[in-house]
Design a protein around this ligand. Structure first.
Ligand code: PLP
Length: 356
């Protein structure tokens, strides 16, 4: 609140009123850095993970101007996929690695695809639609051994799984505040020390000359505090959330016919479940659930108004209608036990109505 009311000085100005605010930015930077095991100077603030993802890929390409091949996967977030597609129009070659029915990647595919022309590999840590985890350590090691930069979209794992960039040779790692209860509109990018970085946003000298633009102090303070709290709650996160998610999932799969889990059963975040309801259009189910106060989605929130089937489910189960007949439910530490039977009952009623 002080930074929205009384402490509104510009952190980049020379006067004391502004300088005072600069120190809170550095505190927030240290809080975010600690969440991922980074050094404070390895973190810059961005407007969101879309910007972080774009900035990382952009920087990697600039670091290797003669290499014009990018490797990513078919199930990345649109902020990676659509940027890669735009780069294809500029003459870059992009390989979109496939996933299997469980949403898992074959490391051999990655190894076989890296070539002399490969500049960067951009593969996410956890999928936003299914929660499926990619083997980030192995991916990072393969990239390092082949001399290729590795960017990891770690948006979904912040506060849910321990992240330590000291143990993983990741070059760039993207975060966004709203996935760990910070305000929306603030992101961060980790850039490993000594890794080349050319800014995507050119302007003033903010963020150590790596990202121009006046800092959004209240949002930066927010992501810093959220990172501190996420770190504090991390040791209990799994044991709190997983049993509730499992109860929700098992309840739905057992009580509602023609349902199927999407995504690997165990190699997955503790809070996400993605289920196909055969014969039911996701959109219709979401409307009925919304009426019951249940906030679910049929894919990424960023694509919710596009009416596009889920590209993640299409990549996992291309032969089935799952991409149009699934919903994703996410839980948090705040989810209460009593909400699980409530949600199962609402979903059962809604699917019953739609299947008549
Ligand atoms: N990457 C993943 C995996 C996401 O789930 C999201 C969205 O929430 C983003 C990137 C984009 O984040 P933002 O909306 O902050 O740009």
């Amino acid at each position: 609140m002080p930074h929205l009311t009384t402490e509104w000085g510009n952190p980049s100005s020379a006067y004391k009123f502004g300088a005072k605010v600069k120190s809170v930015i550095e505190t927030a930077r240290a809080q975010v850095a600690e969440l991922i095991g980074a050094q404070t100077r390895e973190v810059i603030f961005t407007s969101c993970a879309t910007e972080s993802n774009n900035a990382a890929i952009h920087a990697a390409l600039k670091a290797n101007p003669n290499k014009r091949h990018i490797i990513t996967s078919a199930v990345e977030h649109s902020s990676v996929l659509n940027y890669c597609m735009a780069l294809e129009k500029d003459g870059y070659r992009v390989t979109y690695l496939p996933v299997d029915r469980d949403g898992l990647l074959k490391l051999a595919d990655l190894e076989n695809t890296i070539g002399n022309e490969t500049s960067v590999v951009s593969l996410m840590w956890a999928n936003n639609e299914t929660g499926v985890l990619f083997p980030v350590k192995e991916i990072a090691e393969i990239c390092r051994s082949r001399g290729v930069l590795y960017h990891c979209d770690a948006v979904q794992v912040a506060g849910k799984i321990e992240m330590d960039v000291r143990k993983l040779p990741i070059d760039y790692l993207s975060l966004t505040g709203h996935k760990f209860h910070a305000p929306k509109g603030i992101g961060a990018l980790y850039i490993r020390r000594k890794t080349l970085f050319s800014p995507l946003i050119h302007g003033g000298h903010q963020e150590h000359n790596l990202r121009g633009g006046t800092e959004s102090v209240p949002l930066i303070v927010g992501i810093g505090k959220a990172a501190e709290l996420a770190r504090k709650h991390l040791p209990h996160y799994d044991q709190k959330v997983r049993p509730l998610r499992d109860a929700l999932e098992e309840g739905i799969l057992q009580l509602i016919p023609n349902t199927e889990l999407n995504g690997h059963k165990t190699q997955r975040l503790a809070n996400t479940t993605n289920i196909t309801f055969r014969g039911i259009e996701s959109g219709a189910l979401l409307i009925l659930l919304d009426k019951e106060g249940i906030c679910a989605s049929s894919g990424s929130a960023c694509l919710a108004d596009s009416d596009e089937p889920s590209h993640v489910l299409k990549a996992m189960k291309p032969e089935s209608a799952a991409s149009r007949q699934m919903i994703r439910l996410s839980l948090a530490q705040e989810t209460k036990e009593a909400e699980i039977p409530q949600a199962i009952a609402a979903i059962k009623t809604a699917t019953g109505m739609l299947r008549i």
